[in-house]
Design a protein around this ligand. Structure first.
Ligand code: ASP
Length: 583
């Protein structure tokens, strides 16, 4: 037997018992003839003691220990003279009677404790050591728990967990595919799935009725903090359902996860149309942890000789509660902020409501105090508040003011990570026009059903057609998205046509789906949750990297095993591939 207890479970109740532990040496301290060893495993840390009553053999072994040695220790539990109440085992220690080194260890490149001295790159390179740290491991434990909770819930609702293939046909609509050459089929390629979308729809044709899978998906996109080339979805599909049924089912799942993992009862679960979200929050993923809603002011401010407003299509503002004391420097910093290239604002106008109710604006030359009082009334400002106003085309000004709203939320401390405000955003546009390629793209994907009442618009004004598509948004983060699907092959063919596919291209890429639809496809709908994002939100983290055991870095590289990497000429030959020179 290697051990009969873990390093995290010994308490005062075990006082006097003999126990056997195994784990890693986190730290060795020699204090006046006594040696203290912190022994760590997945469950915690226990202090081992070697003193003058210990055998020479134990003393000898203890004196040769280094950090991260793997050891086994037998001893008697006793009360500590100086207790450490910060850790669960901090009232006790183990007086060792037997100490065996199971394996030695090279000196680790960084300290393996909560406040490590290792930088990001180093910790990524030695990820298996980083994973020994509680701070990192607990994120992975949370991930495992969440997967368990999700499986239990969906299992209890009769969802069948079904695996779908990883080597599939390339259908590069959406993001770029990762492709895999086929040795047995020269010059032909599989793709890794961006999602199991088509397979889950085929499972509905197959009569599976309720499907789910916690599944790896792959997208060859540029990376950001919340993106990895491979990521995990909770992917689901249901038959004989309307949008409402799907929303209710997955609202249930979301509430269940919050209850089980955080003990939180989510009561409010509002629904907001895409159009409303854009008007009031400037984007399609509103953060409802705070108000500060956007108000349009175009009708209020025109015709006062202020050129920037007179020439703008749209003028809108927010009221930053309690920020009336902002200094010139802070206001300049906000202007700088919205002018950053990623945000693209053209300018910021502000007005303060003083504590006595009088107002002062940055455009006093053009607007009287009665004018500005009207702005204050529109934005529901009170004494001590700050009005922030921006302008431009509606399409561009709203996202700018949305970024400003979020920045003010941050500055005012309104984005508490332990408060969760989920909502459904519904009625997305079906199509998105691309100026660059002069064609429509599916906003969600080409299998999404238009709203039945908008189908007539498909011919006359496709840009106006709304979709039966929905996103689950929590705290300003898109956590999930899905849609009611087209299940009629004629409508699907029409969709492909609007998306610029020739009949042949549609047939070549999606013929198998259209064919399947000829054999009795039930009405169906589904959704996929970004599992990594959900876990990172529950863990209070900003990056999904920290909830993935072996993540890639920002260039899509695994710095631990140094991939991607070249392959041997013989491998290339077998695959009929040739290397080309790059700059
Ligand atoms: N397959 C979709 C996605 O990955 C989700 C869905 O429509 O179910 O975004």
């Amino acid at each position: 037997m290697y051990r009969n207890h873990t390093c995290g479970e010994i308490r005062m109740e075990n006082n006097g018992q003999e126990v056997l532990l195994a784990g890693w040496v986190q730290r060795v301290r020699n204090l006046g003839g006594m040696t203290f060893i912190d022994l760590r495993d997945r469950y915690g840390l226990t202090q081992l003691v070697v003193d003058d009553q210990s055998t020479n053999e134990v003393k000898n072994v203890a004196s040769g220990l280094g950090r991260e040695y793997v050891v086994q220790a037998r001893g008697v539990v006793r009360e500590r003279s100086s207790k450490n109440l910060k850790i669960a085992t901090g009232e006790v220690e183990l007086h060792i009677s037997e100490l065996n080194v199971l394996n030695s260890a090279a000196t680790p490149p960084f300290t393996i404790q909560d406040d490590t001295d290792g930088g990001d790159e180093l910790r990524m390179k030695y990820r298996y050591l980083d994973l020994r740290r509680e701070a990192v491991r607990k994120n992975l434990e949370l991930r495992a728990k969440m997967a368990h909770v999700v499986r239990n819930y969906l299992g209890s609702k009769d969802f069948i967990e079904t695996e779908t293939p990883v080597l599939i046909k390339s259908t590069p609509e959406g993001a770029r595919d990762f492709v895999v050459p086929s040795r047995m089929n020269p010059n032909q390629f599989y793709a890794l799935p961006q999602s199991p979308q088509l397979f889950k729809q085929l499972l509905m044709v197959a009569g599976f009725d309720r499907y789910y899978q916690i599944v790896k998906c792959f997208r060859d996109e540029d990376l950001r903090a919340d993106r990895q080339p491979e990521f995990t979805q909770i992917d689901c599909e249901m038959s004989y359902v309307h949008q409402e049924d799907v929303l209710n089912m997955f609202e249930g799942l979301t509430k269940h996860i919050f209850k089980e993992l955080k003990g939180i009862d989510i009561i409010d679960f509002p629904r907001m149309t895409f159009a409303d979200a854009f008007e009031k929050y400037g984007n399609d993923k509103p953060d409802l942890r705070f108000g500060m809603m956007i108000h349009e002011m175009t009708d209020l401010v025109k015709g006062k000789e202020f050129k920037l407003f007179d020439e703008a299509e749209y003028i809108g503002g927010i009221c930053a509660t309690g920020c009336g004391e902002y200094t010139r420097k802070q206001l300049d910093a906000l202007t700088e902020y919205i002018k950053k290239s990623q945000i693209g604002g053209s300018g910021l106008i502000y007005a303060k409501v003083n504590s006595d109710g009088t107002v002062k604006s940055s455009v006093d030359k053009f607007y009287s105090s009665e004018d500005v009082q009207k702005w204050a009334a529109r934005l529901e400002a009170k004494p001590g508040d700050l009005l922030l106003v921006t302008f431009g085309t509606k399409e561009r000004a709203l996202p700018v003011i949305s970024a400003l709203r979020l920045e003010m939320g941050r500055q005012c401390g309104l984005m508490d990570k332990e408060i969760f405000k989920p909502l459904w955003v519904v009625d997305f546009p079906l199509l998105e026009w691309s100026e660059e390629t002069q064609r429509f793209f599916a906003m969600h994907h080409p299998f999404t059903s238009p709203k039945p009442e908008d189908i007539a618009l498909l011919d006359s004004d496709p840009g106006k057609v709304r979709a039966n598509a929905y996103d689950l948004v929590i705290n300003g983060v898109e956590i999930g998205g899905g849609s009611v699907r087209i299940f009629d092959s004629a409508l699907q063919a029409k969709m492909f046509k609007i998306l610029g596919f020739t009949k042949e291209a549609a047939e070549d890429q999606f013929g198998f789906l259209m064919n399947a639809f000829k054999f009795g496809a039930p009405p169906h709908a589904g959704i996929a949750f970004g599992f990594d994002r959900l876990v990172s939100m529950f863990a209070g983290l900003d990056s999904i990297r920290d909830v993935i055991a072996f993540p890639k870095n920002n260039s899509g590289r695994d710095v631990m095993n140094d991939s991607p990497s070249p392959i041997a000429q013989t491998q290339l030959d077998e695959l009929y591939l040739k290397m080309v020179k790059t700059e």
